[in-house]
Design a protein around this ligand. Sequence first.
Ligand SMILES: *Cc1c(COP(=O)(O)O)cnc(C)c1O
Length: 231
Amino acid sequence: MSIRDNVEFVLEQVEKAAIRSGRKLSDITVIGATKTQTPDAIDEMVNAGIKIAGENRVQEITQKYDMLKTKPAWHMIGHLQSNKIKYIIDKVELIHSVDSLSLLKEINKHAQRINKVMPVLLQVNVSGEESKFGMKPDEVEGILEQCDGLNNILVSGLMTIPPKQANPNDNILHFCNIFAKYIDIKDKKYNNVSIKHLSMGMSDDYVQAIESGATMVRIGTAVFGERQYKN
Ligand SMILES: *Cc1c(COP(=O)(O)O)cnc(C)c1O
């Protein structure tokens, strides 16, 4: 299977899941998770119809940014250290992985310097796993209240990375829990907050995520095949 075939297959599944949840393909944003992939492979993905590249590491964004022929939009989807914000603040359209107020404040500061309003998502740890980044679901409202005054960020939604499961249906409960939180905060008014996106679902469980209300899915392996990590 080529990357093009994989993209076409994934977009078909996304469309079917969108329709099953009362929506359409254009209501779902598909992000290619491009870590470890070459510029050529990413160009192939973009040409086949996935127009957003999501990277986990700042260095992969800065290295690949000027190398692609297709010029996709870039999203930061991995853990972000505050000392690296400056390298990507002018390059990314969305940061999915903000897990603390201090990181929000740092992003705000860097965005202010370049006169940009930076859209971000708050990363929530739905499963309570020790190893995962993200805030607790009940910390979200407190953080949203403190966005008042951070005029160079716009909190646009929530993101989560649920545990890897042998059976992807085992994540439906986590997806439903965070969807409930998303709906809850969507209707409230906070400054510098406009909730639109719910980023959840990866190669193994994007169908379940969309059926549970995801508006964004981040897909790597199903597009590119198993990742090859170089030492
Ligand atoms: C790698 C990655 C994905 C995609 O994972 P696959 O299982 O390969 O689809 C999605 N989100 C994040 C944050 C990732 O790091």
